[in-house]
Write a protein that binds this ligand. Structure first.
Ligand code: BJW
Ligand code: ZN
Length: 255
């Protein structure tokens, strides 16, 4: 198999990662688009990272929505339809199995993904840092609803107040949901090992959780196809598809 990054001793690095994980009581995880790539969900950056010639940074903002809500909704209608069809992959399932293995309350999974695939794979303690694509909320009142798989009008409006609905996701320049963010920070501070999976680690504040864990003394294990800013602070970087590396790591915990 071809991997973009050459890793001379993947086997030894997997063994080191398994060793760190075996000794850990509390584990925190940060995932990004890469963990869902093998389910067929496109990532944001790199090849295929453009939509109708727009960068995410240009459509996923409150400014874009205020200026052209129909354009922003087109982007989200397509993604809602795509995500309604996908299934979790072996990477999602391995993280759910790790939670089972450690016992409840010992693993916190913070995800930047809005596709809800971790929950679908059986992970229980999931913190959705950037919201959820299947949920809509009103820009005028407190209406909030999960409406997965449903085909919405081109410009969906609130039945309670008539204002525009928007996807319940976190755009650039917006704050992360307060409670979810606090719990993610606490988990990063308190963990014995921190796993970073399939994220380019450039979007803040989520990427800051990696430094938070490191400052708290937790070793960081990274899973990615290629080197990222997280690689320089990671104790172990495992280069390859997370849908293969995570199950392999799980197998080694019992070996
Ligand atoms: C695989 C794989 C396989 C592939 N196996 N691996 C300058 C400095 C610092 C911060 C800022 C700054 N300028 C602006 C900011 C703030 C901004 C920010 O961080 N910008 C940076 C881009 C510089 N952040 C914000 O605005 C945040 N809010 C905030 O700061 O509030 C305070 C504030 C208030 C008022 C004014 C100003 C500030 C909010 C950020 C919200 C991000 N939202 C998005 C969109 C969500 C909705 C949607 O999806 O439409 O979240 S952006 C997009 O990026 C999405 C993702 O969750 C997020 C992270 O991307 P991710 O997951 O890392 O994906 P990729 O594609 O980048 O990477 C995939 C990785 O997987 C790659 O590394 C591949 O190699 C790897 N991979 N296949 C393993 N099989
Ligand atoms: Zn309303």
């Amino acid at each position: 198999m071809h991997h973009p990054v050459d890793q001379p001793d993947l086997d030894a690095d997997l063994a080191r990662a398994a060793d760190l994980l075996r000794r850990a009581q509390r584990v925190a995880v940060l995932t990004g688009a890469g963990v869902s790539a093998e389910s067929g969900v496109p990532t944001f950056r790199g090849a295929g990272g453009l939509w109708e010639g727009h960068r995410v940074e240009d459509v996923a903002t409150p400014e874009a929505f205020a200026h052209d809500p129909a354009l922003v909704w087109r982007f989200y209608h397509l993604r809602r339809a795509a995500v309604a069809k996908v299934r979790p992959n072996a990477g999602h399932f391995a993280l759910a199995a790790l939670e089972d293995r450690l016992g409840s309350d010992q693993l916190t999974l913070a995800t930047q993904n809005i596709d809800a695939l971790h929950k679908a794979a059986g992970s229980r303690r999931v913190l959705e840092l950037h919201g959820r694509l299947s949920r809509v909320r009103c820009t005028g009142c407190d209406y909030l609803a999960d409406r997965p798989g449903e085909e919405l009008p081109e410009l969906p409006r609130c039945l309670k107040c008539g204002e525009l609905l928007r996807p319940d996701v976190v755009w650039f320049h917006e704050m992360l949901p307060h409670r979810v963010w606090r719990e993610a920070e606490e988990a990063a501070e308190a963990c014995d090992v921190f796993l970073v999976v399939g994220t380019s680690a450039i979007v803040y504040p989520a990427a800051g959780l990696i430094q938070t864990a490191r400052r708290g003394g937790a070793p960081v294990i990274e899973f990615n196809l290629e080197a990222t800013p997280a690689s320089s602070i990671a104790d172990v970087s495992l280069f390859g598809p997370s849908g293969e590396l995570l199950p392999e790591l799980l197998r080694r915990l019992d070996a």
